[in-house]
Design a protein around this ligand. Sequence first.
Ligand SMILES: Nc1nc2c(ncn2[C@@H]2O[C@H](COP(=O)(O)OP(=O)(O)OP(=O)(O)O)[C@@H](O)[C@H]2O)c(=O)[nH]1
Length: 691
Amino acid sequence: MLPLRPSPPHLSISPPVSKAQQRLPTLADFPPDKIRNFACIAHVDHGKSTLCDRMLEMTGTIPPAAVSRDQPEQEAKNEQVLDTLKVERERGITVRAQSATMFHRHSDGAEYMLNLIDTPGHVDFASEVLRSLLASQGVILLVDAAQGVQAQTLTVLDEALKRNLTVVGAVNKWDLVKDDGRGEAVLSELSDLLGCAPSDILRISAKTGWGVDSVLDAVVERIPPPPPRASEDVKEPFRGLVFDSWYDSFRGVVSLVSVFEGEVKKGDSITSTITGNDYTVLDLGILSPREISIAEHPDAHSRSLRKGMAGWVVRRSGPDVRSNRAAFLGDTFHLTSAPTPPLESFKPLKSMVFAGIYPLDPGGFTKLEEAIRRLTLTDRSVTSNRESSTFLGQGFRLGFNGSLHMDVFRQRLEDEFGEEVIVTRPLVPVKLTFKDDTERTIDNPADFPDPGGLLKVVRVQEPMIRATIVAPDEYTGAIINLCTSHRGVPLSHTYLSGSAATSTATGTSTALKPRVTMLYSLPLSSIITSFHSSLKSISSGFASFDYEEAPYEDSDLCRMNILVNGQKVDALCTVAHRSEVQKEGREWAKRLREVIPRQQHEVVIQAAVGSTILARERIAPFRKDVTAGLYGGHYERKMKHLAKQKAGKARLKERSIGRITIPTEAFHAVLGGQEVKRKGQAADKDKRKKH
Ligand SMILES: Nc1nc2c(ncn2[C@@H]2O[C@H](COP(=O)(O)OP(=O)(O)OP(=O)(O)O)[C@@H](O)[C@H]2O)c(=O)[nH]1
């Protein structure tokens, strides 16, 4: 039985909002030319979610936030209403693309249905952006007026252009623009990038709401409606693309469908093109942003999801309606009676960062398995396979798009399912070529053969990335040093167009410093831990970073084992570059020394590559003063007692090899990077101080 979790509004287990609770317009009044489907895309923190809040408020989709009684003078605002997950609110980032339907009366007097998707900005959640673009005909590309075009701006724009989507550019945070020409410089930078006139770029402040009405109008005027029917005479049967899914404890899998052709209503029998299974539509509706059922809409013509609309569908029957197989993102549904070919789909990005996930509670495997199954339903870019460890028992090897993705998944397991887990050290996939010319890609360090083993590895390759770093020119030196220390190779170095030069030409003095775009080839493994935070700190937060996959390259990687009293601890072994392995080995031996409790016998911790020991730490045993009860100078008796104690400890140590007990909490601490003192260590130190 799964724990009930605090659900975000549209994942709510309560029934959808009924027509009595929310007045719905007559949906039949919105033919495809009165519908616009668009996504908000931008670099991290450029204000996508805030803009979505303002649009939802201005269109009356959500009520304006109540003014606080304590501070009535302060204007209250809804904050990131589409960021519904706890992890999103705590970290202030969007991790899941969220949709909402709103109704906007344009200045021409006509009312339009706008289906908006708020997307994440971080590169680890790029899969979410990709699926959102499939259900859109256009995008709003936001750029922060203070930061200008950043690395992720370039990537998301590239994705939108690849799909021939209409791009509406907007410079956000205009309230922060001073009279120094900086805003104008960003404006011209963005217009250069989009190849349009600076006057086509919108100036807005999502925070205050200034200029947001112009965004709503631009969506109507510039973003095209869903493509029209091939011929008015031909009746199109229903065809819809599943672009999101979630699990509801009572209703099973709920799918968000973008209707490309025809219409679907309650009671229809629909078929999945991937599984071939048939289902009956039990309920359906729109997200606004809560689920609103339209199955019983007062207007009989408004009870269906029609061409151009995006809405949720709950299905009944079908053998797998409660399993993940019922909810393939990118699946096409059609009417069972009118089969159609599948729509253009998308593949989630390949997992590139793998880690073992084990329940903290050794008996919690089944519960963890169910929680992972439910979570992967809403996050299809996570891959999952079972594995087991001598020390941690049964668990899973999960694959993620990046280390932030991994950390967010771990936190969601905890927030939404109460699952505390141990996450082993992340590893990127490594390609091995053996002496007999066979090749194998591994994602678990335990599969990397030790030198001297039976399997001879003749070639090791690791995945590379092509990193784009955008930063003010003054940080170039520090960034080059950082990339070099992470085994990076420079590819190019160019100045961003627009900015200073353009503004000077127009006679405006500008405070926007010249900025460079640096392209680097870096090993993926070198950026999954601290690269991003180091980049932020050396550039005072001004550098932005993004990357795309590049082919594998030869690398001098080796497997580093951690041994406790000579025994390999499988959960701690790792694969690292030979140039870094010594430093890593020392760090890990030290950290383990901090967390393994003192025992009756000596504990020796070693880091080793094959038979070469790189680092050694020792935890002294407890020692009872066996001579305390003796009086005077009975030297022989003292020695006899000490020798007896020594022999006893040696016997104990012999017996203990092979069954070293490392508490699960110690793994949790050492892998979670927490500073945990060994039990009794602080007390020992205090005692020593007193003496
Ligand atoms: N001054 C000012 N701050 C803004 C404006 N728009 C957004 N912000 C602030 O910028 C920060 C980031 O805003 P978000 O809306 O979360 O940005 P986002 O692009 O959705 O972020 P991710 O989803 O994590 O990529 C928040 O602190 C907002 O309050 C604006 O127009 N003016």
